[in-house]
Design a protein around this ligand. Structure first.
Ligand code: THU
Length: 135
């Protein structure tokens, strides 16, 4: 993908991160997904006093795209941001949601606080994915 578009997506993930609702972990995460019509949809983590009710930033963004009417496999790229020293990496529940909603080759841009970007793919994040019932 074009460098400017990657940077734009990452910038979106970094800025939306400030809206995270994180009274328990204080760990802000932002995600931005590029749709096949070039629109960008952002999401943050939203925590709950019942911790299991927490929604990660990646799923917030992906579920928002579904609510906005995008069919599965409309996502062209994903960026994730957090104020971490190392690269933020999606939890396994979010990875499974990516498997459902993205092409395996979809690029995923992991970032860290100093602005560095690490590119991976949905397939690399989830080898041997459970992606159908008729195995
Ligand atoms: N979290 C995300 O939103 N995305 C990730 O990639 C990793 C973890 C959230 C969940 C929880 O609100 C907080 O970060 C700490 O686990």
């Amino acid at each position: 993908m074009q460098t400017e578009m990657i940077q734009k997506l990452v910038n979106e993930a970094r800025s939306v991160m400030e809206n995270a609702y994180v009274p328990y972990s204080h760990f802000q995460v932002g995600a931005a997904i590029l749709m096949n019509d070039q629109r960008i949809i952002a999401g943050v983590n939203v925590e709950n006093v019942s911790f299991g009710a927490t929604n990660c930033a990646e799923r917030t963004a992906i579920f928002t795209s579904v609510a906005q009417g995008y069919p599965a496999k409309s996502i062209k790229a994903i960026a994730v941001a957090a104020k971490t020293k190392g690269f933020i990496t999606p939890c396994s529940i979010c990875r499974q949601v990516m498997v459902e909603m993205c092409d395996p080759e979809t690029p995923v841009y992991l970032t860290r606080n100093d602005g560095e970007i690490f590119e991976t793919t949905v397939k690399a994040l989830v080898p041997f994915a459970f992606d159908k019932l008729d195995v």
